[in-house]
Ligand binder design. Structure first.
Ligand SMILES: [Zn+2]
Length: 98
């Protein structure tokens, strides 16, 4: 898809969406990123009051075929995904072929 050819129908017109977003219904023109994860937990940093926490989000980009609407999603922050996979309780697991 990223090369401009649909992997489903071989169509050659593809829409690239740099960052998938959803409306923020609290604000008439607000938008939020559509994310694969939204884990809130220790960031690995410490501050004046102890361990800091932060939200770990993995944003996504999308490619949509103009002919058949087939859509592929791509994670943007693989480093964040890897950190979440190495932290228990995040719901992210790395599956490897053995
Ligand atoms: Zn297609």
């Amino acid at each position: 898809m990223k090369d401009g050819t649909c992997t489903h129908c071989e169509g050659t017109e593809i829409y690239e969406i740099e960052e998938a977003r959803i409306p923020n219904y609290e604000s008439s023109n607000g938008v939020d990123a559509l994310t694969l994860t939204a884990h809130y937990g220790p960031s690995g940093e410490s501050g004046m009051f102890g361990a800091k926490s932060a939200r770990s989000v993995v944003r996504i980009s999308a490619y949509v075929c103009a002919a058949c609407a087939y859509t592929e999603l791509y994670a943007q922050n693989l480093d964040v995904l890897d950190r979440l996979a190495n932290t228990s309780g995040t719901g992210v697991h790395k599956v490897t072929r053995s």
